[in-house]
Design a protein around this ligand. Structure first.
Ligand code: ZN
Length: 482
């Protein structure tokens, strides 16, 4: 035997209609309860009469029922309604409350005229959806903005910025013809012509086509487009999406039908999804395992064209990672051994002849007290400048006196500024150069020593060198000391 609560709602219009009156609903519910071994206690019959307010908050009996459902120990095991639309006229409210009751308090809401068959596929999906909603709302009951987004979304309206291929007008997606053509092209090239994502984005970049945000295409842009159900007329929303993750990998993602025109037909979409699954190496994020470096220049050489790091390609060569991602044209591979030689030679020039071409600029405080003394003097002069101005304004000093005082002060300020600059430039620079040369000597010896491990070499090199830029056009390596 179970104890059931009853919820009945009748609006003023309902009263007149057959079968919807308070009595008719209650009668039908009682009948259902009897044949299903459910006891109904009169104190758990909740009734909102003459109320047509959409929101649950405006229905006092409903809110009272929710309150009692939450109490411990449990007062009733389930809630019976005549029809789900009695439970709430507002679909979102209904889903939320049903889901909360079920998940948090294990109280199902049963509609006596719309029984959910547990084997029915639709009800399985519905259950899963309810669960997801409960999860979402129990996390976000206070997040009204997000709730709004979710409500909008479940009505097929848009709340994120438009996907490539669409524009937004009056909160609706409108096809952007030139972009839509490219979307089609991407799907066809990938699925029918079997081009790689890299090849596709190279083609697009050569045509100087840009993404919505004005960037060049990258492999992952293509991947994202190929996985985006917007193109078959759906909308996708991920509550609490973690930054940097893809919606299609997130189990919380909700996909609903949108009301925009699709760009890709369902056949091509399905073929594409199969193709993606076949080439699913993209699906698995590479695991970053911190292994011993294979070279002692790990991550330190950068492509001057795009600024990306040059990474190992094969055993002995490095290549621009921007090229690997399809956004850089620098496809030159350089032999690591050649770079080693150049670096060692550069360090040798530095330590024997004091040649330092590039130092990464550092705005560091000068170590000596002198710097602080000068700054203090400068501050006092600026204060003095204020005081003489006041003296002039108050009529204590004449205009001539003020002018003369001001001239003296400005001269003094200029002098101090020069001293500070000299401190920065000469002393600090000298100190740094001296340090680089001394460290350079140690690093030079370490690099020439075959008994020292690559990892140790890597550590000392990274300490000494900030970056090395590879300029493909001039075939030049430029070394920047720390
Ligand atoms: Zn590059």
């Amino acid at each position: 035997m179970k104890i059931g609560a009853v919820y009945i709602r009748v609006s003023t219009e309902d009263q007149a209609r057959d079968g919807y009156s308070l009595d008719a609903q209650l009668k039908a519910i009682k009948k259902y309860a009897q044949s299903n071994n459910i006891i109904i206690e009169s104190k758990y019959i909740f009734c909102d009469e003459g109320i047509s307010g959409r929101k649950a908050e405006k229905r006092p009996a409903f809110m009272e029922m929710i309150k009692q459902a939450k109490s411990k120990p449990k007062k009733f095991d389930l809630i019976l309604v005549h029809k789900f639309d009695r439970f709430s006229r507002n679909r979102e409210d209904s889903v939320v409350y049903k889901a909360l009751l079920k998940k948090e308090y294990n109280i199902p809401v049963i509609s006596i005229s719309e029984p959910l068959d547990p084997d029915d596929k639709m009800s399985v999906i519905m259950e899963a959806f309810l669960e997801a909603m409960a999860e979402y709302y129990s996390l976000n009951l206070s997040g009204e903005v997000k709730k709004g987004q979710l409500e909008k979304h479940s009505k097929g309206q848009l709340q994120t910025r438009p996907s490539f291929g669409y524009n937004v007008s009056n909160n609706r997606l409108i096809i952007n013809n030139s972009e839509a053509k490219i979307v089609k092209l991407i799907f066809e090239q990938y699925t029918i012509e079997h081009l790689s994502m890299m090849q596709i984005c190279k083609n697009l970049n050569n045509l100087k086509i840009k993404t919505k945000s004005g960037n060049s295409f990258e492999n992952r842009t293509i991947y994202y487009i190929l996985n985006n159900p917007t193109y078959i007329g759906k909308l996708r929303y991920t509550p609490n999406k973690r930054k940097g993750t893809y919606s299609f990998d997130d189990l919380n993602t909700i996909i609903v039908n949108g009301d925009h025109e699709p760009i890709i037909n369902i056949e091509l979409w399905n073929m594409t999804q199969n193709e993606l699954a076949k080439n699913n190496k993209w699906k698995k994020p590479k695991q970053h395992i911190d292994v011993d470096p294979k070279t002692w220049i790990k991550g330190i050489v950068r492509c001057k064209d795009c600024g990306c790091t040059m990474v190992m390609n094969g055993k002995n060569k490095i290549r621009c990672n921007g090229y690997n991602k399809g956004k850089c044209n620098n496809n030159v591979m350089i032999n690591v051994q050649d770079i080693y030689k150049l670096i060692i030679e550069t360090i040798r020039e530095t330590i024997t002849h004091g040649i330092i071409n590039n130092i990464i600029e550092k705005k560091e405080k000068c170590a000596t007290n002198q710097y602080e003394i000068l700054i203090d003097k400068l501050y006092q002069l600026k204060e003095k400048e204020k005081r003489i101005k006041e003296a002039y304004q108050d009529g204590i000093d004449t205009k001539e006196e003020y002018k003369e005082n001001k001239r003296m002060i400005l001269k003094e300020i200029e002098k101090i500024n020069k001293e500070i600059k000299n401190l920065d430039n000469s002393k600090q620079e000298k100190e740094r150069k001296k340090e680089i040369i001394e460290n350079g000597k140690k690093v030079y010896e370490i690099l020439l020593n075959d008994k020292i491990s690559i990892k140790e070499k890597n550590d000392v090199v990274h300490h000494l060198i900030n970056k090395i830029e590879f300029d493909k056009n001039n075939n030049l390596l430029e070394l920047y000391y720390n």
